[in-house]
Write a protein that binds this ligand. Structure first.
Ligand SMILES: [Mg+2]
Length: 105
């Protein structure tokens, strides 16, 4: 699924439920940050080794995946409200990063 397809599905999902009026840029940005906080709760006080061990448990891995998905969902809706094409934005940013951090051998 590309970003445009994801955006279309998410907008249809929220519009079918009448949630569009709540989806202001500010509310969506806050919601993305809240969901990122929920993701971080899984990592709080854990070492990298403990986290990698924990995600071997399918239920734990799914719970973390749910929070990652929540962040992506809100950011996709935020980009939609701001008229930002995520396919273009991500591609452009990767190119910028490549110029900023050239490969040094
Ligand atoms: Mg969540």
């Amino acid at each position: 699924m590309d970003f445009k397809e994801l955006e279309k599905r998410l907008v249809a999902f929220r519009d079918a439920r009448g949630w569009g009026r709540y989806h202001t840029p500010k509310n969506l940005a806050i919601s993305a940050a809240v969901e990122l906080g929920e993701l971080l709760e899984h990592f709080q006080w854990e070492s990298d080794e403990e986290i990698l061990e924990a995600v071997k448990d399918p239920a734990k891995r799914e719970a973390i995946a749910d929070e990652i998905a929540d962040v992506i969902i809100y950011l996709t809706l935020l980009a939609h409200e701001l008229g930002i094409d995520l396919d273009e934005a991500v591609e452009r940013k990767i190119e910028k990063n490549g110029r900023k951090y050239p490969i040094r051998i």
